[in-house]
Design a protein around this ligand. Structure first.
Ligand SMILES: [Zn+2]
Length: 204
């Protein structure tokens, strides 16, 4: 049996925790994750959480059936955004232009496969009617090569988070995250025998 690192989910011999940059954002990220999804080695939301000290994970679908918590997501003087692909989601840039930039942002991001993500977004919006649905528009295509069915816009959760926070807080942190992502994905591809050892970004 191949023991895995409990944080990054890589085999212990290839623990990649040291490859994860730290980006302390003013925006708080709240990841909504289906419990089953969280333990998949292809889950990228976990990696984003590990890179972002100002982030937390809220679980749905726990074996004990405890419902997902929406506590603390209705504070005044805060803008709540949820990244989703609902028909009424506004382009992120449009929302950022109009907002008072002095107000802190809490960004909710549903993770999981397409169906799980959409269901979680609907649940969140029902519980928290004040949150503004936003979507990413344009941008480069996904660099994610471990799953194909993930998001209808083709982005992995990690990439979507990096781009959204980049738009809110500046590209420098986004770049650090994206570079780390490339390294992690290439290590995964090597583990799957899809690339050769000397093709792993940054080496081993
Ligand atoms: Zn690790």
């Amino acid at each position: 049996m191949n023991l895995r690192c409990s944080r990054c989910q890589f085999p212990l011999s290839l623990c990649s925790c040291g490859q994860l940059p730290q980006w302390t954002t003013a925006t708080r990220l709240v990841l909504l994750i289906h419990a089953q999804e969280f333990h998949r080695t292809t889950n990228t939301g976990r990696w984003a959480h590990l890179c972002l000290p100002n982030s937390e994970i809220r679980f749905h679908g726990l074996p004990n059936r405890e419902p997902i918590s929406w506590d603390g997501l209705s504070e005044g003087n805060t803008d709540y955004l949820i990244l989703c692909l609902a028909d009424d989601a506004l382009p992120l840039e449009q929302v950022l232009e109009k907002r008072n930039s002095q107000r802190p942002i809490q960004l909710l991001v549903p993770d999981g496969n397409w169906g799980q993500g959409s269901r979680l977004a609907r649940k969140a919006r029902k519980a928290l009617p004040h949150i503004q649905p936003v979507k990413l528009t344009g941008g480069a295509p996904s660099r994610y090569r471990l799953r194909t069915e993930h998001h209808p816009d083709g982005l992995s959760t990690f990439e979507a988070i990096a781009r959204t926070l980049g738009a809110i807080e500046g590209e420098e942190g986004q770049k650090k995250l994206e570079e780390a992502f490339e390294v992690l994905v290439s290590r995964r591809l090597w583990l799957r025998g899809k690339i050769k050892k000397d093709e792993i970004l940054g080496g081993l």
